[in-house]
Design a protein around this ligand. Structure first.
Ligand SMILES: Cc1cc2nc3c(=O)[nH]c(=O)nc-3n(C[C@H](O)[C@H](O)[C@H](O)COP(=O)(O)O)c2cc1C
Length: 202
């Protein structure tokens, strides 16, 4: 049996990210859960931001922002950046976060974040409570501690945080499958199992 809920934004799990905006000199951070990927080529993302947020004006004027992924050790700073406004406080300074220069935008990256995604706004859609900034991803930076010698990314080791119905959750880094595993050939399954056993022994 299912209980009917009033229609609402109950999709889960969602990422929670720290979005930096502004410049190296005058910057701000806001926390965003309404975000996702909307196109692969060109790579495009969105953030939905309420017009009353201090960051909204900054992003609207500069047409740039950076999505900084959140690991569990950044959960407290992330929550803080989502409950205090940059109108009243310097969130980089108060949370002890370090600014790093981007490649394609004037917006600072958050050095402590494992992944920084530089974005340039292409369109703004006024949806109601939120304005959706649709943006092209113009550069991505990944902490080299999570890149192996073959150049493969280990997102499981990043200890990323999910936001679900008002709560922050740690993701358990346990791989239960990979893209296309439902239709893999028996030979591939055997090879993958052997690889897994080998990596467990290490
Ligand atoms: C977990 C979490 C997720 C949030 N997601 C969003 C969001 O998707 N869009 C939004 O406009 N505000 C969101 N907020 C609220 C803003 O981050 C918050 O109002 C922030 O203080 C705005 O900062 P600013 O005024 O410096 O821009 C979220 C807050 C938290 C704690």
């Amino acid at each position: 049996m299912k209980v009917n809920s009033t229609p609402g934004p109950l999709l889960a799990p969602l990422p929670t990210v720290m979005v930096s905006c502004g410049t190296m000199e005058e910057s701000n951070i806001l926390t965003v859960a309404w975000t996702g990927i909307i196109n692969s080529n060109p790579p495009m993302t969105y953030i939905s931001v309420q017009p009353k947020r201090h960051s909204h004006d900054i992003i609207e004027k500069s047409s740039e922002f950076v999505i900084n992924l959140v690991s569990a050790d950044l959960a407290k700073a992330t929550d803080f950046c989502g409950v205090r406004s940059g109108r009243d406080i310097d969130k980089f300074e108060s949370q002890g976060l370090t600014k790093e220069k981007g490649d394609t935008v004037a917006v600072p990256l958050i050095a402590e974040s494992p992944v920084n995604i530089e974005c340039k706004v292409k369109d703004v859609v006024r949806l109601g409570s939120h304005d959706m900034f649709m943006a092209e991803i113009t550069a991505v930076h990944i902490d080299d501690r999570f890149v192996d010698e073959k150049g493969a990314y280990d997102f499981g080791a990043m200890d990323l945080v999910a936001f679900t119905h008002g709560k922050y959750y740690r993701l358990r880094p346990e791989e239960i499958g990979f893209f296309g595993f439902s239709i893999m050939k028996p030979k591939t399954a055997k090879r993958k199992a052997a690889e897994k056993r080998k990596s467990r022994k290490r």
